[in-house]
Design a protein. Structure first.
Lengths: 358, 229
């Protein structure tokens, strides 16, 4: 049976972790929620580092089933685990750290090759070094490669970027995106950063006080007004697009999606390539007609689906449907009333800026 | 003030005793330290206190009870006799057993501290890299606790070299068998052979100083190793 089935119930200090999840067998699933919401504990339960009551079933392999008295100890679960701090073994060199897990995997079961892991994470030049000479970003890349070299059937990542500063994060995110694109290993990724989630996650699980408040495709959840994500300063939607052409004269690239298309500054992408874009609610404004002259290039016809609260009482969020593609706009409540916006109205969404993610 | 053959025999005996005891202590002390560092059992404090007893007890008290337990009427004495091993008091083997008890806390505590300082994380990491509990112990816990083992070995060795009260109670003063350095110094002083006593005592002072110097130097090394995280 393909898919990740997790049932975990574990009383913690302030609340009970109680999750019952069915997750896709492929891609990145982000466990998202505020600090202390039980994300890390859930990950530890999947790894067998913490013992919850329930069941863990990974693509047809049973790791835990209380009903059948099955509980595999951590070292018998074919998983990779990347901790928040890199946790390299201080008594071993980089190479020995990488070999620590690899040498315990029978040759026939090695699916991630040494060279592939070195390439994927760009660490080939670090092998002879001691772990204490590495930068934070390098340490975390070595830790990720060390986990990958065990050819895991599930990769668990516990806020792997949390201990890094913004620059190191930017340094390591492209490597994580490559993991996502080039490996067929499902990844459970704990994060409390909406930006990381938007860039990496295909599927999103929202946790609060140990309970799952929502679980679904990332794009779908990000566009919902009833979830705490909408209240975030960086509330945004994701749109999966395809490159349909370049405008050499104006140095633009055109990206199409079911609801229309947008242009962005020219990117070195082949026509036909897939691209994920993020549109922040604060960058979307609403006009009643499409013919008003403005410097904004990206204008999409849309229908108002609903209104929701924003973090500040002066503003509100508008959920828009651009021919099937959900969008979020954050506008002042004053403009909502002055324009007489109502649910079901046809309007024009003006998009001031689009971020290309991958 | 050349050393007499008895002096040399005492030096040799002391080194032999301390080396053997240190080896035994590392073997016995490591599992105790591991258990004390990691257990959540309520017995932890009880066992910890028992191990630490020799730190506060006068050596004569420890020696006295060991003498009784290992003597002809004691349970250990009866056991060794029924096994055909004879009695332990006033033998080298008896000294070894007594010294292991006497120096146990000086070996267990540094190792226990080292195990506790490394925390759970390296072992968890090793488990996610498929290492079995035994492999985690041998390939992660032991190497990471190395500074603790060095401290433990040095302290255990030095403490055994310096013991006097326990030796006197359990081993007596038999040249070549149980007459160790500290007892031999006592003999010289009793006989007012101060020059002979100086020869051995000064040697012991120098030895102790070198050991402690090495320990503090290695202690510095431990700090730099420990910040590798």
């Amino acid at each position: 049976m393909s898919g990740l089935f997790l049932q975990c119930r574990l009383p913690l200090a302030d609340f009970v972790l109680d999750a019952d999840l069915t997750l896709p067998a492929k891609g990145v699933t982000a466990l998202f929620g505020p600090s202390g919401s039980g994300k890390t504990t859930l990950l530890r339960c999947v790894a067998g580092l913490a013992r919850a009551a329930g069941r863990v079933d990974i693509n047809g392999e049973c790791w835990q089933d209380d009903a059948r008295r099955i509980f595999l100890p951590t070292h018998q679960r074919p998983l990779g685990y990347v901790f928040q701090e890199a946790s390299l073994f201080a008594h071993l060199s980089v190479r020995a750290n990488l070999e620590f897990g690899l040498k315990r995997i029978p040759a026939a079961e090695r699916k991630v090759g040494w060279d592939a892991a070195m390439d994927l994470l760009g660490i080939g030049h670090l092998l002879a070094r001691g772990t204490d000479t590495l930068s934070g970003g390098e340490r975390q890349r070595v830790a990720i490669a060390r986990a990958l070299l065990t050819s895991p059937r599930l990769l668990l990542m516990d806020e792997p970027l949390a201990a890094l500063d913004a620059r190191r994060k930017q340094e390591i995110l492209p490597y994580l995106e490559r993991l996502h694109d080039e490996l067929a290993i499902p990844i459970l990724y704990v994060s409390h950063s909406p930006d990381e989630v938007a860039r990496l996650a295909d599927h999103l699980v929202l946790l609060d006080q140990g309970r799952v408040t929502a679980s679904g495709p990332t794009a779908e959840l990000l566009a919902r007004l009833d979830l705490p994500l909408a209240l975030d300063e960086d509330a945004a939607v994701l749109v999966e697009t395809q490159v349909v052409g370049h405008d050499d004269a104006y140095h633009l690239t055109r990206l199409a999606f079911p609801g229309g298309s947008v242009t962005v500054n020219r990117k070195a992408l082949a026509v036909g390539a897939r691209a994920r874009i993020k549109i922040q609610a604060r960058d979307v404004s609403i006009a009643l007609t499409g013919d008003n002259r403005s410097s904004i290039v990206n204008r999409l016809p849309a229908r108002i689906r609903s209104f929701g609260d924003a973090a500040h009482p002066a503003q509100c969020l508008v959920s828009l449907d651009a021919c099937g593609t959900p969008l979020l706009a954050r506008i002042t409540r004053l403009s909502r009333d002055q324009l007489g916006l109502r649910e079901g109205m046809s309007v024009v969404a003006q998009i001031k800026s689009v971020a290309l993610l991958a | 003030m050349a050393l007499t053959p008895d002096d040399w025999s005492a030096v040799w005996l002391t080194l032999k005793l301390a080396s053997l005891v240190t080896l035994l202590l590392l073997i016995v002390g490591t599992p105790i330290a591991w258990w004390l560092a990691r257990t959540r059992s309520r017995l932890r404090n009880v066992i910890g206190a028992v191990v630490a007893l020799p730190i506060v007890l006068p050596p004569t008290v420890l020696g006295f009870y060991l003498l009784i337990v290992m003597g002809p009427q004691g349970p250990v004495g009866q056991l060794t006799e029924s096994l055909g091993l004879g009695r332990l008091p006033f033998t080298f083997a008896g000294l070894v057993v007594a010294s292991v008890f006497y120096s146990l806390p000086f070996v267990v505590q540094p190792i226990q501290n080292a195990f506790m300082a490394m925390g759970e994380r390296p072992l968890e990491v090793a488990a996610t890299l498929r290492a079995s509990p035994w492999e985690r112990f041998v390939h992660v816990a032991l190497p990471l606790a190395r500074p603790g083992f060095i401290t433990a070995a040095v302290l255990g060795f030095a403490h055994t070299v310096g013991e006097f009260g326990v030796v006197l109670m359990i081993g007596g003063n038999i040249p070549g068998k149980t007459q160790v350095l500290s007892v031999q110094i006592y003999n010289h002083v009793e006989a007012i052979e101060y020059a002979q006593a100086h020869g051995l005592a000064a040697g012991l002072v120098a030895f102790s100083f070198v050991v402690l110097l090495a320990l503090y130097t290695l202690g510095g090394a431990r700090n730099t190793l420990g910040t590798g995280q």
